[in-house]
Design a protein around this ligand. Structure first.
Ligand code: SF4
Length: 374
């Protein structure tokens, strides 16, 4: 949930989600629509589907994997997540690298490689070499916290950094030039035509996306990519007593900048067998009060609100509360972990670590690891 989303924004979503699905079994047994509905507004819906799929695997096995290797077998669990769970929850001595740790390593060891490519591999190798056998979870959390609160992207607080005396970037005056992060591709413009169609009794027609691709599994007003001919093709599929261009909506995703022409129409009839655009597997009519139980993206809410057809409180709220979907960042991180982590529960004050030397053959090419001061 914290993917490029502020902790304060996530909190109420997290609490509602956990109240509704308090155990892996509860999540595994829930229909996907309910899971997506609980996730609605958070963006990154693939994560919700993967979490759901992961819960089903855990429920089938009646066991939660407790090491990195086993965690990596779960749908949607990558190297960072597996490393975090294994080291923090199960004390397995494995390293991890998120955007914060990558930045710390890039500066401490003056890594010159692009953090979108070889630089990240180098940082991951360092993470494995440096992680201690004792309290690896604390070590990993300390590194993430150092990056989030001290070694920040801009204006790092080197004067209060506990590893400043070992930092190559600082010694060489290159703090502001590291890490090296290659240019991210700009979002491509994409023109979309959407139809918000209602029946005379006020029900709205929504279509559900297929289970792969953009907005997979979510409900939305039917839409197609393209300009005038795409619009004519879309509107021509439905029996409309009247229609009009209601407005235009823009929405930025990580790789696309969508401009959506919103058409509002009144259905003179609706047949379940109507041929839908290829992105959809099914469609049906909904009363407004049913919409809260559906997985609906913020873009779809914006489109519904733009049609101004008695959009209801759900959409009124959506139009004033932007979904934290992936906006392009001014200075992207190599991985999405931009927010400071929630402050961990207080623990006993850790003993000072022995000087962390890189282990194994890589030690020759690895600069001396930092000493930590108290
Ligand atoms: S000395 Fe500055 S640049 Fe180096 S690790 Fe600390 S905060 Fe980051």
């Amino acid at each position: 949930m914290l993917q490029q989303t502020r902790v304060d924004t996530v909190k109420p979503y997290f609490e509602r989600f956990m109240a509704r699905f308090p155990t892996p079994l509860a999540l595994a047994e829930a229909p996907e629509d309910q899971v997506l509905a609980a996730w609605s507004g958070l963006g990154y819906y693939r994560r919700a589907r993967m979490l759901h799929a992961g819960a089903r695997v855990v429920a089938e096995r009646a066991a939660m994997p407790c090491d990195r290797e086993g965690l990596l077998e779960l749908p949607g669990v990558g190297r960072y997540t597996a490393g975090a769970i294994a080291s923090i929850a199960f004390e397995e001595p494995v390293g991890l690298v998120d955007g914060n740790v990558a930045r710390v390593f890039a500066r401490l060891f003056a890594l010159e490689d692009d953090m979108r490519g070889p630089g990240m591999k180098r940082a991951e190798a360092l993470a494995e070499e440096l992680v201690p056998r004792e309290r690896p979870g604390d070590w990993n959390q300390a590194l993430m916290e150092l990056g989030a609160t001290v070694c920040t992207p801009r204006s790092p607080a080197c004067d209060r950094c506990p590893v400043a005396s070992s930092c190559r970037a600082r010694a060489e005056g290159r703090v502001d030039r590291l890490p090296v992060i290659g240019e991210k591709a700009k979002p491509k413009p994409q023109h979309v035509q959407a139809l918000v169609a209602r029946t005379a009794d006020g029900r709205v027609l929504l279509a559900r996306r297929r289970t792969s691709g953009l907005f997979a599994g979510l409900w939305e007003p039917p839409a197609v990519d393209g300009d005038a001919s795409a619009r004519d093709g879309l509107l021509g599929r439905f029996a409309l007593a009247s229609r009009a261009l209601a407005g235009r909506v823009t929405h930025v995703l990580s790789h696309r900048r969508l401009t959506v022409d919103v058409h509002a129409g009144v259905l003179s009839g609706w047949a379940a067998g109507t041929e839908l655009p290829g992105a959809y597997e099914t469609a049906r009519l909904f009363a407004d009060e049913e919409l809260a139980e559906l997985g609906i993206s913020t873009l779809a809410r914006k489109v519904l609100a733009a049609a101004r057809l008695d959009a209801g409180p759900l959409f009124a709220a959506a139009s004033s509360t932007p979904e934290p979907e992936p906006e392009p960042r001014a200075k992207p991180e190599p991985r999405a972990k931009p927010e400071p982590r929630a402050k961990p529960e207080p623990r006993a004050k850790p003993e000072p670590r022995a000087k962390p030397e890189p282990r194994g053959s890589a030690a020759k090419s690895t600069p001396k690891a930092p000493r930590r001061s108290r």
